[in-house]
Design a protein around this ligand. Sequence first.
Ligand SMILES: O=C(O)CCC(=O)C(=O)O
Ligand SMILES: [Fe+2]
Length: 406
Amino acid sequence: MAAGVEGEAERVAALLREITGEGGFAFVASAEKAAAGAGDLRAAEAAREMAWEQLHSGPWSEVGAAWRDAYALACLHVARLRAGGDRPAALKALDMGLIMGGNLLRADLEAALARISVEPCGGREEGAVAVDEEDRRWREGLDRNRDIDDALKILPAKSLSSKKVERRSHISLEEFICNYFLRESPVIISGAIDHWPARTKWKDIKYLKKIAGDRTVPVEVGKHYVCSEWKQELITFSQFLERMWSTGCPSNLTYLAQHPLFEQIKELSEDLMVPDYCYAGGGELQSLNAWFGPHGTVTPLHHDPHHNILAQVLGRKYIRLYPASISEDLYPHTETMLSNTSQVDLDNMNLKEFPRAENLEFMDCILEEGDLLYIPPKWWHYVRSLSTSFSVSFWWRAAVQPSGGS
Ligand SMILES: O=C(O)CCC(=O)C(=O)O
Ligand SMILES: [Fe+2]
C-alpha cells in the first residue's frame, strides 16, 4: 500500500497492475518509491511527469482511464511530500489531480485538500493591488454599464425579424414545461434565484478570495476560442482576479469558462441550488459549469446538445439566439471539433463569404443579475459580457424529449 496515501491499498495496487504498456513499468517503479517509507519526492514528481506525458500523448478521448487515475495517484504523492515545506505546490498538485485526474482517487484528493485548505497561503501576488483598491476595482467592474450600447452597436444588421426573449417572473415548473420546455422556446425567468447565498456572498471579493484564492483553475486567454492566438492556462484564482483588474487588450482577456468549478471547490457549490426547471422532462443533470470573467468576454455563436438554464449570478451579459432550424444558414465549421460553432463572426460579419447569415430571424436579450435564461438544445447562442460577470450553466438531458419547436 502506498504509505500516507488514503486510497484503499487494493484500489491502488489494482491500479498499478493496470498501468502496463509503454511507460508503465517506469511509472510503477517511481510511484512505489514515492510511496515507500519516507517517500521520495523526486520519484513522485517523475511519476507525475510520466503520467502527464501519457495524458498528452493523443486525443483526450483516447487517453486510457487508468493513466488518468495514475496521474491523480502521483499528484497525491507529490502533495503529501510537499505539504510540510511548500504548501502552494501541494495545493496545486491536488487541484491538478482533480482537474486532470480520473475518478478513482477523487475522494482522497478531496480529503487531502480539506486538510491543507484550512490555513490560507496568505502570500500576495507580486505587484498585487492593495485590498481597498482591489475592492474598488471589483465593484467598478460589476457596475460597468457603458458597454451595453457598445455591444448593440458592434453587433450588426438589426434584422427585421429580431425580437426580444420573453421575460417572465418566477413562473411555476408546470408553466415552464408547458409554455417553454415542450415548445423549445427560450425564456428569461427573473426572481428565481434571489435566495441563493451566491447572490450576496459572491459580491464580496474578499469572500471569493478566501474560499478559492489559492486554488488552481483552468482559464481561457484570448479574444475567443475560435481565434488563432487563443490558449488555455492553469493559474490560481487570485492570479485570475489580478488579471481582471488589469485592463488588458482583447488578446489578453482571461475567462474562467465552461469549468466544473463547483465539483472542484465544494464550498462554492453550497452557495447555489439546482433550479427546479432543470428537472423538466424527468432527465438527468449533465454538467454544471462556471463562466466567470471581466467585461468584454465573448463566447462565439455555437450550440450545445443539452437543455440549458444559464443563471446570471453577478453582472450582465448580452445574448443572441438563433433557432436550431436555421443551422445551415449559419455555416457551421466543418472540422469535427468545431462543428457546433458557426463560421460567422457576429462582431465582424463577412456577408460576402456568408451571405445567407444576413437578415436571419434571431432573438436577443440582456441577461441581468438574478435572471435565468432557458436555452433549448441545439439553439445557437452568442454571449458577450457587459460587465464583470459570473454565470452558472445547468445542462440537462431530458428523459422525454419535447416533440419539436414552436
Ligand atoms: O456565458 C457564456 O459565455 C457562454 C455560456 C454558454 O455557452 C452555455 O452556457 O452553454
Ligand atoms: Fe453554450
